[in-house]
Design a protein around this ligand. Structure first.
Ligand code: HPA
Ligand code: ZN
Length: 325
């Protein structure tokens, strides 16, 4: 398999990255101090020790409280900007990044505070040679009404948002809970993607709803499609990409799902490798690619194919894709 340096230098698109998941311990401490927020931790080691989880829900239980340190537009800007600088080191040319407005509006932060900070960072990223776009995610463990409210808040910024996604705790929160708001989003011209997390209680049914009812353009994670040849044929025919996150998987389900990722790659599905929440899993996109390569002996050609796929399923105009690949 190729070297770490080869993987790092390979031009790539990152399509499954939660901005809130890029909160490094160092920045968390800095913002806590700046905003006078008591977080119960004083050193990087203490913060790192709190970053422990073995399931999606135990991860989310660390992830949401940490966000309290994010208060001002400048904080959101800084969070996104720090990520984009790291992305540049990984030779990320295109970043389509998730953000969770409800994780902030639910604790009294204004939508525009969050949005303006993040958006300004994506604009400034052009200076780094990265084109970056925002994907707004609804929290699926909040109500459909709350998602609709968030959608209304986002509408004035429609031209500055690349698409709409769905994340957070999938258990008992199927895509169907949000059909109304996703239908509206479609009517407004938004592109749609959804998390179909690994090995959920009703993974196959949730994937079915995402693909055939909500008609998503991508599946975030989604590797459980491998169990169903009908789904595999459908995503291939419709050029629906999967944004997989092997290191994240290794934390939340104790399995990178490398076997499944490779099987799908070999079947011609547009699978990609991404970092999900790099500060929490201590793995940026090249580390995810390297971990997969190392553990499953991927060939250089397979790694190149994964990087190529990332541009092919990115939400950039077809004509511009040639500039990247
Ligand atoms: N799944 C669900 N919710 C999330 C994730 C994820 O991978 N990352 C951040 N929030
Ligand atoms: Zn995710």
């Amino acid at each position: 398999y190729p070297t770490r340096e080869f993987i790092k230098q390979l031009p790539k698109a990152e399509l499954h990255l939660h901005l809130e998941g890029t909160l490094e311990p160092e920045l968390k401490l800095k913002l806590a101090k700046r905003n006078n927020i008591a977080i119960g931790q004083e050193t990087i080691e203490e913060v790192q020790e709190s970053y422990q989880f073995d399931s999606l829900s135990s991860f989310l239980n660390v992830y949401y409280p940490a966000m309290n340190v994010l208060q001002t537009e400048e904080d959101f800007y800084e969070l996104a900007w720090e990520y984009l600088k790291r992305a540049k080191e990984q030779n990320v040319k295109r970043a389509e990044v998730f953000f969770d407005p409800q994780a902030h509006t639910s604790r009294g932060i204004k939508f525009e505070t969050v949005f303006n900070g993040y958006y300004r960072a994506t604009q400034d990223s052009l200076k780094l040679g990265i084109s970056a776009e925002l994907i707004l995610c609804f929290l699926r463990d909040m109500s459909a009404e709350s998602a609709m409210e968030t959608f209304e808040q986002a509408l004035p910024y429609k031209d500055k948002i690349a698409g709409i996604g769905l994340d957070s705790d999938e258990r008992s929160n199927p895509p169907s809970k949000f059909f109304d708001v996703f239908k509206k989003a479609k009517e407004e011209g938004f592109r749609i993607t959804m998390h179909c997390d690994i090995d959920q209680e009703n993974s196959i049914e949730h994937i079915r709803q995402a693909l055939f009812d909500a008609k998503v353009e991508r599946l975030d994670h989604g590797t459980n499609i491998v169990e169903n040849p009908e789904f595999v044929a459908y995503v291939k025919e419709n050029n629906i990409g999967l944004t997989c996150c092997p290191v994240s998987n290794s934390f939340v389900v104790e399995d990178m799902k490398g076997k499944e990722i490779i099987e799908l790659l070999e079947q011609g599905v547009k699978v990609t490798v991404n970092s999900d929440d790099p500060a929490y899993f201590q793995s940026y996109i090249s580390d995810d690619l390297y971990a997969l390569a190392e553990n499953y002996s991927l060939t250089t050609e397979q790694i190149i194919q994964l990087a190529k796929n990332s541009f092919e399923i990115a939400w950039i105009p077809e004509a511009e894709k040639e500039n990247y690949i």
